[in-house]
Design a protein around this ligand. Structure first.
Ligand code: ADP
Ligand code: MG
Length: 693
């Protein structure tokens, strides 16, 4: 239950004066929500210092300046020319220009011979200084009406900065006084203002103080970090109070599986499994994430976990994002578990009627130990009383509800999630701190390095010829296009490219894209996997999981348009067998400096963690879209790529708060609870366990 003192934060922006049915959707889209909380966390990106009072001859083009001058001349708009107002002082002239200005307003505001203050960005027109649409014009004695320091917000069309400032002021008035939740020493050490002061300093600054703005923002970022750490810490405590069946490690089964492998498992794989085995051996529900780059062999770890569960008489549900992946994983896990006589079945949306019944009967009868499927696994008629382990593959493709619905199928199953989004450890903790994390940083020893080259698309004919020769040698190639049809990608559309390649390559060329019906997609993929097709043209639907060891070439068109992490995932589809593989990044010329730098990183590194770090560095702060694409949650203020020290402090703080007062009943606990609840809606949508007091 939320404390009523927080209710004003959740009031609808429509309740603010001036936010009517027309304005509301515009404002809501800008601030990404409909509550006052969303509004007050729409923070300025910079501030304008209007104390820069200058004589007219000293203002610089490109600067924001505030000048006082006498109205010398007023020309109304005509022949597509704007209305022009000339101001003069002792040093010179400057022109203010207005397109589509109201005539009466102009005459009222600018009376010849009277003095005004104008503030805005100085530009140039035909060699003379001018201010186009000044931000403010006030009578010379109206100095008090002019904000000295003005916040600059990310803006949208159909909403003026002035209107936004007005709404913000109205919202800030509604913000209640809250007890301080930050430790007093920490507050003092960082010179942090209170929560309310921080908001006021950012939105309605009295003085221009860049350091002060930074400090205020840090305080709010810390609040968000602390809220998240509290929620994660409490989720963890709640879990540790719950009971789950302790499943003993099955050393015999483990040995049989490992001995039958056609390869030697890496140390990292065995260590990761060992973490899992220990977790499941305890009578509380496991929540572990295996983080490992593409091709690091996460499936084997999951298979060993499933064997431990199977040996104890339990069932494992293994969820993948697509039917193809679910079937591929059923096959892979089935192969790993064969030596111990355990069986794996695929269960997807396409298995209906009698087939489906048979599979479920076999599960109930204990003939099948692992069910590999899609979301179909948690449909209502699936009954899994002995469900002891839930494995979520490619976790970033699933929402929290998917995980909850699947775990709800059992009494209190253990959960293992697998992620191929390699992020630095501090970031991983900030995002997944409610989970225990095992990292696989080592690649299987037999892996061929993938040679990566960036090639201008003017040389596409050579690339087609190379693909064609490789197919003649019995190898297979992926060809990734940025879009399905030519409206979006011209020649580089998947459909066109398939046609071109078909006429050059002496083997069938298959096509998969997101707009095809899933069964057709599966058929095409299957034909490529089985070797009946030599080339698979695809959009990025192919990105996750697909394992075709015979594929040796990955061509990516318009590579400059993809994110680094995504390119790395795509490249991870080749180099899985024993043949040398290559990845060709086709780019459109001319390539920007940034584009070149990004492709260079891929050429030089095949380490997913290294690439992820470079990616975050190059994107810089505030690239929320990029974060979302990597499956990472976004925050209101906190920037997990930059604010790691804040996050670490918050973690320590949250731990000690929970240690001293696990129920958050003391004065500090009560205060912290409000911070947590303030940010809770966003946090809850990214944590598998919800917090309830
Ligand atoms: P990912 O971590 O991307 O899910 P997979 O589990 O699909 O990787 O493994 C990729 C491929 O590598 C599979 O064909 C798998 O059988 C194989 N593999 C797994 N572990 C090893 C190993 N230690 N040595 C060699 N090959 C391995
Ligand atoms: Mg995988």
């Amino acid at each position: 239950m939320r404390d009523p003192i927080l209710y004003p934060f959740y009031a609808d922006i429509g309740s603010l004066p001036g936010v009517g049915p027309k304005v509301k959707p515009v404002l809501a889209r800008l601030i990404g929500g409909e509550t006052l909380l969303d509004l007050i966390f729409h923070l300025p990106v910079s501030w304008i210092d209007r104390r820069n009072r200058a004589t007219i001859d000293s203002v610089q083009i490109g600067e924001v300046a505030t000048v006082t001058g006498v109205v010398d001349k007023l020309d109304h708009a005509r022949n597509k020319l704007p209305a022009r107002v000339r101001l003069r002082d002792d040093t010179g002239f400057i022109t203010l220009s207005y397109f589509h200005a109201n005539k009466q307003w102009l005459e009222r505001t600018f009376k010849i011979g009277e003095s005004v203050i104008a503030s805005g960005t100085v530009g140039e027109y035909q060699g003379a200084r001018q201010m186009a649409h000044p931000d403010h014009v006030v009578p010379a004695d109206g100095d008090a009406d002019l904000p000295e320091v003005e916040p600059v917000y990310p803006m949208t069309a159909n909403l003026t900065a002035k209107a936004l400032r007005k709404f913000m002021a109205a919202a800030l008035e509604k913000v209640p006084d809250l007890d301080e939740w930050i430790d007093p020493h920490l507050l003092a050490r960082n010179h942090w203002p209170t929560f309310n002061q921080a908001l006021l300093r950012l939105h309605q600054p009295k003085v221009y103080d860049p350091d002060g703005f930074h400090i205020a923002r840090q305080r709010l970022a810390y609040d968000e970090a602390l809220a998240r750490e509290m929620a994660m810490g409490q989720a963890r405590l709640a879990r540790e109070r719950r009971h789950a069946p302790a499943i003993p490690r099955a050393l015999g089964a483990e040995r049989s599986i490992v001995e039958a492998l056609p390869f030697k498992p890496t140390r990292a794989q065995l260590d990761a499994y060992s973490d899992v085995a220990i977790d499941m051996g305890r009578p509380i529900p496991m929540r572990r994430m295996i983080q490992g780059d593409v091709g690091s062999g996460k499936t084997l770890v999951a298979a060993l976990a499933a064997a431990q569960v199977g040996a104890g008489g339990g069932i494992t549900a293994f969820m993948s994002p697509t039917e193809v992946l679910a079937r591929q994983q059923a096959e892979a896990v089935g192969r790993f578990l064969k030596p111990v006589g355990m069986r794996v079945a695929a269960l997807t949306g396409r298995d209906k009627g009698a087939t489906r019944e048979k599979i479920l009967d076999d599960v109930r009868a204990g003939k099948i130990q692992v069910l590999s499927g899609t979301q179909a696994l948690y449909q209502s008629d699936v009954d899994l009383p002995d469900l002891a382990l839930v494995v979520i593959d490619e976790q970033h493709r699933f929402g929290v509800t998917d995980r909850l619905k699947l775990t709800a199928k059992g009494q209190s199953p253990h959960m293992l999630v697998m992620s191929a989004t390699p992020i630095p450890r501090t970031m991983a903790l900030a995002v997944h701190g409610d989970l225990d994390i095992s990292m696989i940083r080592e690649k299987p020893a037999n892996r061929q390095e993938v040679t990566t080259a960036a090639v201008p698309d003017t040389r596409i004919d050579e690339v087609i010829a190379a693909v064609s020769r490789a197919v003649d040698r019995g190898e297979r190639a992926f060809w990734i296009c940025p879009a399905v049809d030519s409206e979006d990608a011209g020649d580089a559309s998947a459909i066109q490219r398939r046609d071109v390649l078909s006429s050059h390559v002496r083997a069938p060329v298959e096509l998969v894209h997101a707009r095809m019906p899933p069964p057709d997609r599966d058929t095409a993929l299957e034909r490529f996997r089985a070797g009946e097709a030599g080339v698979l043209v695809a959009t990025t639907v192919i990105e996750v999981g697909i394992d075709v060891p015979e594929a040796t070439i990955m061509v990516i068109e318009h590579a400059e348009k993809f994110g680094l992490a995504q390119l790395h995932q795509l490249r991870g589809r080749v180099g899985r067998g024993d043949k040398a593989s290559s990845c060709l990044l086709l780019y459109q010329t001319p390539l920007t400096e940034g584009g070149k730098e990004r492709l260079d990183i891929l050429r030089k590194s095949t380490d997913g963690f290294e690439i992820a770090e470079a990616d975050f560095r190059l994107r810089g702060p505030g690239d929320l879209l990029g974060l979302r694409q990597s499956g990472l949650p976004t925050f209101r203020v906190l920037d997990i790529t930059q604010d790691t020290p804040l996050i670490e402090t918050a973690r320590t703080d949250a731990k000690s708060i929970l240690m001293a007062d696990p129920q958050l009943e003391g004065a500090r606990g009560q205060a912290v609870r409000k911070a947590r609840d303030l940010f809770a809606p966003r946090i809850a949508s990214t944590l598998p366990e919800t917090v309830e007091d």
